[in-house]
Write a protein that binds this ligand. Sequence first.
Ligand code: ADP
Ligand code: MG
Length: 671
Amino acid sequence: MPSRPEVEKQLEKLGIHSRLDLVLHLPLRYEDETQLTALKDARTGDAVVVEAEVVEADVKYRPRRTLVVKLTDGERDLWVRFMNFYPSQVKQMQAGKRLRLFGEVRPGFFGDEMVHPKYRVVGKDTPLPTSLTPVYPTTAGLSQNELRERIGGALDKFALEDTLEPELLAQLRLGRFRESVLFLHRPPPKVDRASLEERTHPAWRRLKFDELLAQQLAMRIAYRERRSKAATKLPAKHTLTNALVKSLPFALTRAQKKASATIAKDLALPHPMRRLLQGDVGSGKTLVAALAAVQAVENAAQVAFMAPTEILAEQHYLKLKHWLEPLGIRVAWVAGSLKARAKKQALEAIAAGETQLAIGTHALFQDDVKFAKLGLAIVDEQHRFGVAQRLALAAKGVEPHQLMMSATPIPRTLSMSYFADLDVSVIDEMPPGRTPIVTKLVDESRRDEVLARVRDACAEGDQAYWVCPLIEESEVLQLKTAIETYETLQATFPDLAVGLVHGRLKTEEKAQVMEDFKARRIQLLVATTVIEVGVDVPNATLMVIEHAERMGLAQLHQLRGRVGRGPGKSLAILLYHRPLSEAATQRLKIIYENDDGFEIARQDLLLRGPGEFLGSRQSGAPLLRFADLERDTDLLESARDVADELIATGDAAVSRHLERWLGTKRFFLKA
Ligand code: ADP
Ligand code: MG
């Protein structure tokens, strides 16, 4: 048996640091050792418990060293073979010793046999266990027996008092904590094992509820704490915002108006807004953000607008400049690649308060950027920014208001759980006049047909994107591939104006290419995935994505959303290479069958789980271990309601429950 410190280390590996962690280390499945089966009835293919006496034991070489034990229960013989064994085991197997064995009995060469069964030496009347035997998730070198002993010890020592009042539990139709935990570790033999292993049993539901409640409490407390902080009020004046709306060649959608009105109210409050603006690709989030920015400017406050890539930041810059400069608003561009002098000037103008809206990449987070009066920070593609970066920005002013935008929709259950510390607005409507994008999955071997499509589209005056494969292992290789693709396409289409844009180009070069594409001086734009987000050229109607099988769903949906932005019919061709992995096949099927970003996101969450989906937001914060956001939506909803209720009434259960479930941990850092 491993020494104590070694066991501790292995327990740590399993995330078990305390007695409570032991109690909450729940079984994966169970074995039924509560009933003996006679050897004559045992050949069912199921694992069973049998008892028999040793007749003889021998170490044989056939050809591997094997311990062969012959046993009998008086009616039948049983042969047991062990390939790995200790000398002490050989000693145990003396004639007349009674063994209780657990495993599968199969017809073998000499008769019935068991290979490597679990066993122990028993007396004639050693009682059988009265509950199912739990099988726990474990790690190399830590035996089930050791784990069971530890967990059993913790269960016996721990009072397992309830954190919630009986009335509340009755109302929620949930069992008590103690009973639920004991039930899961030591279920009676007659229980429906599937309901335990599939985690639908009421005992499981109680634990899932507790976990979700802890998460909701932590998030809602963070939410309330923030609302007790002071921020500058930026009430709507309807001067510049009205002017902006009037200047647009289109009307706001109902959904944009609604989101915008909600944000306008938030900004007027004396505590910092933290609102997540969600909407599908192309739903018009930028304009809603622009209206928020303009409202801040109406109040003589400055605005920082951040995007994760230079290309995207630049697109925002051009668009916002186009919208806002006619209103007399001074817009500036801050990027890491700016020349020293230009940067110095930009920073001085920001520090002096002359610049009203500063747009840029994470360069805006840096220490040398000082705002005279930062009132609002807008963060596009918030999921790409780490928490630390967002905190750095928050430190730049007296708690600026924050508007976060997500590039792709976030499934409802995720925003209800991991984003419960934020307010959420959803734009659930597309601007009118969009034509749906037709998506085709095309095997790489039919590349010629794709090339013909590109030629035809460009001949008709449309424009096309050709997106190069993502090569995660090597940026250099990715660049090389992009350049090669560009050269090949140039050679294939000598009459077409082909352009190339990738992440390694200088800012001005990138800007030039994008401008040429917008102005139709480029017909076919070869691009790496840098164009994934934000690029907006309505005349582009064809998108070819190479090695689509390598890309994630959100990325594919984003890329596809670059077309279908004008009145023309749009087509996205997803080229794939065989062989396709199971996951890749799933992704391609989902993207082919769905055009609604929310549905794609929901399926993505199912495929990848919340950890992957959340990315940086989640780093360092505990994920849900027991609850499943897709299957336990009802529990999530009641946990949210109960959390709000308990907090509102100042119930003592709040601290009891958080203490139990989080201890010193928090579900998520405050942002
Ligand atoms: P996303 O939500 O993906 O960030 P954008 O803000 O880039 O979408 O908007 C996509 C395009 O739709 C832009 O060209 C934008 O100017 C345009 N747009 C936004 N709102 C409307 C509207 N109400 N009517 C028509 N076009 C709109
Ligand atoms: Mg956008």
